[in-house]
Design a protein around this ligand. Structure first.
Ligand SMILES: [Zn+2]
Ligand SMILES: [Zn+2]
Length: 263
């Protein structure tokens, strides 16, 4: 039995004698099946050719796989009590990474912005004996169900210690962001783009399918009650600072003008 991992999106599947016939995350039009077709790996095979870098990314410590694997996101450690909350997740979990996270106090929980970063969340949850907080609106996209997964409903979830999960929706109905100490961690829900004077919003990023204006306004409205000066996107160095809250407002307005042909 093997827990197969999709090479295109990084999602880990439940133990099985053979690789899955398909990856529903990749078959969904928000992701894609590579032109060369669907391919699979395993944790051992991934660890043989990759390692995780654990290093500062802005005000947080990031965990990212090198060379880049699947979608290429990096996770962040958010202080939570004496331990950390893992924000977003990566497919590779090896002994060196686990030891580094343990050295920093271990994990009190995992929270993930949306299904593209569910990756090996269950392996991480088992290793650190902690829950995974996912928005219930995206429950159909959990490919490896497990008792560690705790679905939450509604618009906000207070995890204590100043950490709040915020449902923004948009890219996925349960699209989640995290607010902590003047920072907003956004995954793909609010996208950090090359021009840091603005941010982006899309239904499908790789396939360039936009969101309706109402969905973008809803994302902006969801974060409006929170004070934040900085946004951390989904990849290393994707940081907007200072004045990130004004950047979100300005970008939602520009998006509306673009859809109305007013740019
Ligand atoms: Zn996939
Ligand atoms: Zn995504």
């Amino acid at each position: 039995m093997e827990e197969f991992i999709c090479i295109a999106c990084g999602t880990q599947y439940p133990p099985a004698p053979e690789a899955p016939a398909a990856c529903p995350i990749c078959e969904d039009p928000r992701q894609y099946i590579p032109p060369e077709g669907q391919r699979w790996t395993t944790m051992a095979e991934l660890a043989a050719g990759h390692a995780n870098a654990v290093r500062a990314d802005g005000d947080f410590v990031g965990i990212g796989t090198e060379p880049s694997f699947a979608i290429g996101q990096r996770a962040l450690l958010v202080p939570l009590g004496d331990a950390s909350l893992l924000w977003d997740c990566v497919s590779l979990l090896d002994d060196a990474t686990a030891a580094e996270v343990e050295r920093r106090g271990g994990l009190a929980g995992i929270a993930i912005s949306h299904p593209h970063y569910y990756s090996s969340m269950v392996a991480w949850a088992h290793r650190f004996d902690c829950p995974v907080h996912l928005h219930a609106a995206d429950a159909e996209w959990v490919m490896r169900p497990d008792p560690a997964i705790r679905h939450w409903d509604g618009e906000q979830l207070d995890l204590g210690g100043g950490v709040t999960l915020i449902r923004g929706g948009g890219h996925f109905p349960g699209g989640t962001m995290l607010h902590y100490d003047g920072a907003l961690l956004t995954g793909d829900i609010i996208q950090v783009i090359p021009d840091r004077s603005h941010v982006g919003f899309m239904w499908s990023y790789p396939n360039l399918v936009p969101l309706p204006e109402a969905a973008v306004q809803a994302i902006a409205a969801a974060v409006e009650p929170f004070e934040f000066d900085t946004i951390h996107g989904a990849w290393w160095g994707r940081i907007v600072t200072p004045d990130a809250k004004r950047v979100v407002r300005r970008s939602a307005e520009r998006y509306g003008r673009a859809l109305r042909g007013e740019l």
